[in-house]
Design a protein around this ligand. Structure first.
Ligand SMILES: NC(=O)c1ccc[n+]([C@@H]2O[C@H](COP(=O)([O-])OP(=O)(O)OC[C@H]3O[C@@H](n4cnc5c(N)ncnc54)[C@H](OP(=O)(O)O)[C@@H]3O)[C@@H](O)[C@H]2O)c1
Length: 250
């Protein structure tokens, strides 16, 4: 028999960038796929004061680094408990990144340039394959394609691929960015040998993969907030993937 006292709580989600391409997907999935786990408690866009987000249990950010850094600075001025943060914006300047690093010293903050489980798996595969292929003499190159409205280039995911293929520095892994049409997000890591090419790629068919990933990550952050808060530093994509490998549900 179901024991209502053991049901996970319904968490209150605050959404920064609510009307955007990604924010609207999060709102839709909350209703369609997460009605018993989470509810939309605050939805903020440009020109609206973001302070209501700080009353929520978890904040999902799909706005811009500038907007998220401003929210982080506002949060840091508060005493008392803060929400957990699943941050999806890409294209961070150093000062903006510092603001969310400071926030991560107070509350769990997951920064992920790609919430698709497929991309997280690709990054893990390339941790092994990238350095091996480089040792065998293959020359890596990354190609990423996104819609013409995307503000940053190269994409955060391309930079993450570059870091796993070449942990010692980006020097020998060029990134080619294409901005055209309405492409949701394609990434390819190709390794050129003298007479052959190995290619690893990910093609996003639908933005819901990122929205679903951000919602699942928020539930995980909130459920494990006490333990995660002890880290006092940004939680990365590979930390989250490690959790996914160990558990098929959050
Ligand atoms: N991590 C991932 O998995 C993932 C996946 C896809 C995209 N992204 C990233 O997520 C971000 C958003 O992408 P998108 O395609 O959804 O962009 P978008 O359609 O342009 O949406 C951005 C939203 O943020 C709002 N916004 C901008 N500045 C703001 C501010 N200062 N305060 C409050 N709201 C503000 C915009 O409001 P207005 O319309 O009023 O300006 C808009 O609603 C980008 O950085 C993108 O690269 C990440």
């Amino acid at each position: 028999m179901r024991d209502p006292n053991r049901e996970p709580p319904v968490i209150r989600i605050g959404l920064l960038g609510a009307r955007g391409r990604m924010g609207s997907q999060v709102s839709r999935l909350l209703v369609e796929e997460f009605p018993s786990r989470a509810t939309l408690a605050a939805a903020i866009d440009q020109g609206q004061p973001p302070s209501t987000l700080l009353e929520c249990d978890a904040v999902i950010d799909f706005s811009s680094p500038t907007a998220m850094a401003a929210l982080a600075r506002e949060a840091l001025e508060r005493s008392g408990p803060l929400p957990v943060f699943a941050v999806g914006s890409t294209g961070w300047r150093i000062d903006e990144k510092r603001a969310i690093e400071e926030l991560a010293a107070r509350t769990p903050v997951l920064l992920s340039s790609n919430f698709s489980v497929g991309v997280l798996a690709l990054l893990e595969l390339l941790k092994e394959a990238g350095p091996l292929l480089s040792r065998l003499g293959y020359k890596p190159v990354i190609v990423e394609r996104h819609h013409a409205h995307k503000k940053d280039a190269p994409s955060g995911t391309a930079l993450a691929l570059q870091r796993v293929i070449s942990p010692q520095g980006p020097g020998n892994v060029p990134i080619h960015s294409v901005r055209a049409g309405e492409v949701i997000g394609d990434h390819e890591a190709a390794f050129y040998g003298t007479a052959d090419v190995l290619s690893f790629s990910h093609h996003a068919q639908d933005r819901s993969i990122f929205a679903r990933g951000a919602l699942q990550a928020s539930l995980w952050l909130h459920a494990n907030r006490a333990t995660l808060a002890e880290r006092r530093k940004l939680i990365g994509m590979s930390d989250y993937f490690h959790h996914l490998k160990e558990s098929t549900h959050v």
